[in-house]
Design a protein around this ligand. Structure first.
Ligand code: PHE
Length: 459
């Protein structure tokens, strides 16, 4: 057969048995919503950038990266589940669509052109289909380092970090931080590289900087709500944040920040003290510091009151025309919602492999920082049916005409041991009313593809 290749962003890449990136993703590749004037994702990016004065902002790093950049350079183990083909879009076995902005950390540290930087970009993950998950979303990475070489001693370095901390904007936010800065087993200090005082000073600076950022965001969100006459009068519940221990291969100790806003704890970002071996690989071993990663969609949805993540991809002026980066943030005015057309598909799984079902990603994915679910490796010849495969069949057939895919029944026959699943696919276009015939045709195509690709027996 002719040599197979994919063209992405004008460049050709050979494909191989690892290739799993569908054309529906490539069609949207490189739209860079975070850099599109007056786009809500871009407005959100600028608002966050404005809280990190003096940082260098990288907004145009290309989305095709090596496996090394995305995983190895950050210290991901060879068997880390995030590397799985069920979660990641591979162009070939060495090349992929970045799953997070951290893929550029080592390169940017190596270039060593500023103490602080942000990287905003589109990132790609195979994931669920619902109103808050889309296989392409946007993240912002931020990092700040200090160079030991600028100081005579560790005590001087710590004194400088503390002095910088004192210069950060103060806030009167309620902060719950029940955990010690580090915990020897759960969230260790990198004791080969950092003294406890260094780790504590870096962590304090990190947390205060990020608290300041969320105060800014949620103050803007409250102002926009008040301007729309939707302020939480009377029961004005105060904003709170809490710090939760977390794990990332590229930071230690690590945390997630959760924000209490309008009655819910929201996971907002992941962060930590930068892994020192990572900085060594970037040839800046004398630097120490912190990094965070935040998903922009969730923040933009809260700020503007955008109810469905697919709207960000709309080219409809009724959507795009509502945002203006030179004006204060205004709540999105929903335009008429077209009717939903739910259809169920039920099938028996083939007996060949284990089922791997994902729970929705945790933080940065659509809007969560971590993502990357634990998936068990398949033991059978036929690729095990993975929920993300179903999601992809649905996206490829129906694109943005599907609002949600949910498992509604999961049943194992007591006698035969056969396993049946039923999913409800909710069809609803943002652009028009789908006719019964259109919804049926999409649904039938999806059913047939499930049967032919995964050998499921339709019920
Ligand atoms: N890369 C992490 C993710 O995608 C987020 C992160 C960035 C965490 C930087 C810590 C530091 O979930």
């Amino acid at each position: 057969t002719a040599e197979r290749s994919l063209t992405i962003g004008g460049k050709q890449y050979p494909s191989d048995s690892w290739t799993n990136v569908p054309s529906s993703i490539l069609d949207q590749f490189g739209r860079s919503l975070h850099a599109q004037k007056d786009h809500p994702i871009s407005i959100t990016r600028s608002l966050i950038e404005s809280r990190f004065p003096g940082f260098q902002n990288h907004n145009h790093l290309p989305g095709v990266v090596t496996v090394n950049q995305n995983f190895d350079s950050l210290g991901f183990t060879k068997d880390h589940p995030g590397r799985s083909r069920t979660d990641t879009y591979y162009i070939n076995k060495d090349t992929l669509l970045r799953t997070h902005t951290s893929a550029h950390e080592v390169d940017v540290f190596k270039a060593n052109t500023s103490n602080g930087y942000t990287i905003s970009a589109d990132v790609y993950r195979r994931d669920a289909v619902d109103r808050s998950h889309y296989p392409i979303f946007h993240q912002m990475e931020g990092a700040l380092t200090w160079d030991r070489k600028d100081f005579a001693s560790s005590a001087d370095l710590v004194a400088k970090i503390k002095e910088d901390f004192e210069k950060l904007p103060k806030h009167d936010l309620v902060v719950e931080d029940p955990n010690p800065t580090f915990h020897l087993e759960r969230n260790p200090l990198q004791s080969e590289f950092h003294t406890p005082e260094e780790a504590e000073a870096i962590a304090a600076h990190l947390k205060r900087s990020l608290e300041d950022m969320v105060v800014t965001i949620f103050t803007e969100a409250d102002k926009a709500l008040a301007a729309a006459g939707q302020g939480a009068e009377g029961e004005k519940e105060s904003l709170k944040v809490r710090w939760v221990e977390a794990f990332f291969p590229h930071t230690s100790p690590s945390w997630e920040m959760e924000v209490w806003w309008r009655g819910d704890w929201l996971e907002v970002l992941g962060c930590g003290v930068i892994d020192q071996p990572l900085l060594n690989r970037a040839e800046v071993s004398s630097r120490v510091g912190w990094a965070f990663g935040i998903g922009l969609e969730r923040i933009a949805m809260l700020l503007f009151g955008i109810p469905d993540i697919r709207l960000f991809w709309s080219k409809d002026q009724r959507f795009l025309g509502q945002f203006d980066e030179s004006k204060p943030i205004r709540r999105f005015q929903p335009f008429s919602k077209y009717p939903a057309a739910p259809r169920d598909v039920a099938f028996w799984l083939p007996k060949t492999g284990p089922v791997v079902a994902d729970t929705p990603a945790s933080t940065t994915s659509a809007p969560s920082p971590a993502g990357g679910q634990v998936t068990e490796p398949s033991t059978s010849e036929r690729p095990a049916f993975h929920e993300n495969d179903l999601m992809e069949v649905v996206r490829n057939a129906a694109g943005d005409s599907v609002e949600d895919v949910s498992l509604i029944d999961d049943f194992t026959h007591p006698k035969t041991g056969k396993h049946s699943l039923c999913y409800r696919i909710t069809y609803r276009s943002l652009e028009k009313t789908l006719t019964t015939e259109e919804a049926n045709a999409l649904h039938e195509q999806i059913r047939q593809e499930l049967a032919s690709k995964f050998g499921v027996e339709l019920r």
